[in-house]
Design a protein around this ligand. Structure first.
Ligand code: KMH
Ligand code: ZN
Length: 277
């Protein structure tokens, strides 16, 4: 992969676990998400990965909350919108697929697909094989491409199995989620193995947790990959300093990527690079 290829910066803005008690800068309402998304776009993000929350801040996969967030974002800017189908630990497949009911002008640009079960801190992010296939089918039926969320190495092998069974096509776009408690660590060795192991022609991004987030933007930039930052995975700009919104993390990531010779992809370029159609 050429180091000159523009880098797709994704911002995971909301997540399901971070609370307002941890950071007052977490966007919760559609308007808050959209306002921050527009600033992320200005700072260099081509895509946002979103979850939604109820009015009390509880994680939700409600179709209408996603519709409101997507509409608010698209009123403000052209950033690509990737919806979560992971939701929160303990949600059913049906619940997790709430955003995949959005069609027509409210249809998202992309959706995540986690390809295996994994320890998630002291919880378990449960993705039994039938559930993965159910979500993959719904993503395909909606005409979307998945971003394959791989928290561990075997999840790349599961992508190969999904392709053989006709649930996804390869090459695809992978997200290496590194540094979740109980799963694969955020280490350069893990990143290098993961990127060497994906099917030929595939694209990849890396979401490293916590203090690893911003340094891993540099590792990904040097290796010709893409990167994900955002409050879902990390709330600090530097040790003890909260990011005052997702856009501050994107701005910092953009600086790091550009310092390593990477130009940032526009949403249209990201659409082409990730083969979103
Ligand atoms: N909240 C995690 C349990 C995704 O968005 O697709 C799962 C997650 C993955 O965030
Ligand atoms: Zn997520």
């Amino acid at each position: 992969m050429s180091a000159m290829r523009p880098m797709v910066l994704t911002c995971a803005m909301v997540g399901a676990e971070v609370t307002r008690e941890q950071t007052p800068y977490l966007p919760i309402t559609a308007e808050e998400i959209a306002e921050d998304a527009a600033k992320c776009r200005e700072a260099g993000a081509a895509m946002v990965h979103i979850h939604v929350r109820t009015a009390t801040g509880a994680p939700s996969q409600d179709t209408e909350l996603f519709r409101a967030a997507i509409r608010a974002i698209r009123r403000r800017c052209d950033v690509l919108v990737q919806v979560s189908t992971g939701g929160a630990v303990g949600m059913s497949a049906e619940e997790r697929c709430g955003p995949l009911k959005l069609t027509g002008p409210d249809r998202p640009d992309m959706a995540t697909l986690s390809t295996g079960t994994v320890n998630f801190g002291n919880d378990v992010f449960s993705n039994p094989r039938p559930l993965i296939r159910e979500i993959a089918t719904r993503i395909k039926t909606l005409g979307l491409k998945p971003e394959l969320e791989c928290f561990d190495v075997g999840m790349i092998d599961e992508a190969r199995a999904l392709e053989k069974e006709g649930f996804i096509s390869l090459p695809a776009h992978f997200d290496f989620v590194l540094g979740v408690g109980g799963a694969l660590a955020a280490s350069p060795e893990a990143l290098d193995f993961m990127r060497s192991y994906i099917p030929a022609g595939s694209t990849w991004t890396c979401a490293a947790m916590g203090r690893h987030q911003l340094p891993f933007v540099e590792l990904s930039a040097e290796r010709g990959g893409n990167a994900r930052v955002g409050l879902e995975d990390n709330i600090f700009l530097s040790k003890g300093v909260l990011a005052k919104g997702n856009h501050e993390l994107v701005a910092d990531a953009a600086k790091r990527a550009q310092a390593r010779g990477r130009r940032l992809a526009t949403p249209q370029e990201a659409r082409e690079l990730l083969r979103l159609g």
